[in-house]
Ligand binder design. Structure first.
Ligand code: ATP
Ligand code: MG
Length: 431
């Protein structure tokens, strides 16, 4: 019979990779807790209407990337393509918005895209949202928090911050008209995709990757010339705050975002090390969304980072120590029935006394050579060996499996009396 394959673009994350994911998750959750953010866990499925109303009808996501289906009741539901909409829905529904609120979440998102490196159909985001603060000090907090995270992950030199302001909705309207007239006059030189967007979502043309279109845009009006006074003051203040904190950034006047709900500040953290999928994190302000989804007017700002891209980048920059991949610190080998009994009893006691040690006990029998090969493959630093001799002398043989340990002057192998096993292991793993 043929094998059933996973759905295209929906990947398994294997035990060799999960340590990278855990490192990322742990670093993020610790950091966000230290800034006073509370974790919220949200459903993976929401009503389709939620995304239509928030992300926007004429965006790539809503037009052609959503996994939507009718449930048995005939209601249209959608696997969430992003987290902000659900987070706002929950914050309104659960009455979380009376006071300034800092929230974060993590989990899988779903978009029907063309799978490639750093782009899947099921991917994972960590999202951060702050509600109830209109001033750019909150935007700055988010950016500095991200920068701190990149440093903690060893990515400080690999990502660049690009920022822009989209202005108020009225300013954006005015800019949009100016851009459309400019491009309409040059429509023959526009690529097909951009021509289509000219009517539906002209701002998205700004981040077209087609060289001819980019050249055309060099002469186009820029958003900065149309900014309303408040947006422009806030943007200047944000730049000032970033400078005061020593945070480098680049103003990219063509930076727009793929979702309709943004206003004022938008930003992306970009790397050149992942090919075309270079944006590892994106976000900005969305002051109108809460009201648009039925809540009281509440200013808001947030961002989401792509976990797959961050993990790729962590692997690329060598931020991950190969030792983290080891499944075990200790691998217990036992040959013979009496040896197995002695080994099991000893390991139970070691687990009681040294619960932080990862111990893999050999199962399934086999000779010494066979079991030691497994011990080596486990990545463990130490093998504990029980055979007839050890049973007779009530001891255990401790063998260092990694070269560095042997070089440090620790002999490759030593006999340890049973009653000294725990203290010996404690000393070995203390350094
Ligand atoms: P892109 O321009 O790369 O399509 P986007 O603007 O659609 O990204 P956002 O909706 O802002 O992305 O999502 C925030 C982050 O989530 C992105 O910066 C990226 O790191 C990640 N991301 C988005 N879509 C995918 C995907 N299909 N596969 C993997 N990661 C993704
Ligand atoms: Mg996209």
């Amino acid at each position: 019979m043929s094998h059933i394959q996973a759905v295209r673009g929906m990947n398994d994350i294997l035990p060799d990779d999960t340590p990278h994911w855990r490192l990322l998750e742990q670093t993020v959750s610790r950091l966000l807790a230290s800034y006073g953010y509370g974790e919220i866990r949200l459903p993976v499925v929401e009503k389709t209407e939620l995304f239509r109303r928030s992300i926007g009808e004429v965006t790539d996501i809503v037009e052609r990337e959503m996994y939507s289906f009718d449930d048995r009741n005939g209601d249209s539901l959608t696997l969430r393509p992003e987290g902000t909409a659900g987070c706002v829905r929950a914050a309104v529904q659960q009455g979380l918005l009376g006071v300034p609120r800092r929230l974060w979440y993590a989990g899988p998102m779903f978009r029907y895209e063309r799978p490639q490196k750093g782009r899947q159909r099921q991917f994972h985001q960590i999202g951060v949202e702050s509600f109830g603060v209109a001033s750019p000090d909150m935007d700055a907090e988010h950016l500095l928090l991200c920068a701190r995270l990149w440093r903690a992950l060893g990515l400080g030199d690999s990502v660049e911050l690009q920022i822009n302001s989209l202005g108020s909705s009225a300013a954006r309207q005015a800019y949009r008209s100016a851009l459309v007239s400019y491009l309409e006059a040059r429509v023959d030189d526009l690529d097909e995709d951009s021509r289509r967007r000219l009517q539906s979502n002209p701002l998205r043309i700004l981040d077209s990757k087609v060289p001819q279109t980019q050249a055309l845009l060099d002469g186009a009006p820029t958003m900065a010339d149309y900014l309303d006074e408040e947006s422009s003051t806030d943007f200047a203040r944000l730049c000032e705050l970033l400078q005061a904190a020593g945070q480098a950034y680049v103003v990219n006047p063509r930076l727009v975002r793929g979702l309709d709900y943004y206003n004022k500040t938008v930003y992306e953290w970009v790397t050149t090390r992942l090919g075309a999928q270079g944006t590892v994190c994106g976000g900005g302000r969305y002051d109108a969304l809460v009201e648009q989804l039925g809540g009281k007017p509440t200013p808001a700002v947030g961002f989401a980072m792509g976990m797959e891209r961050l993990v790729l980048l962590m692997a690329e920059t060598g931020a991950i120590d190969s030792a983290d991949k080891a499944l075990a610190d200790v691998y217990a080998v036992a040959v013979g029935e009496a040896a197995q009994l002695a080994s099991l009893a000893a390991i139970e006691s070691v687990r009681d006394q040294l619960p932080e040690l990862a111990i893999v006990q050999h199962t399934g029998g086999g000779n010494f050579k066979n079991q030691l090969k497994k011990a080596d493959r486990s990545g463990a630093r130490v093998a504990l060996i029980w055979g007839e001799d050890e049973v007779r002398s009530q001891s255990v043989t401790l063998k260092f499996l990694r070269e560095e340990a042997a070089q440090e002057g620790k002999s490759g192998q030593q006999a340890v009396p049973r009653e000294q096993l725990e203290s010996t292991l404690r000393a070995v793993f203390a350094d």
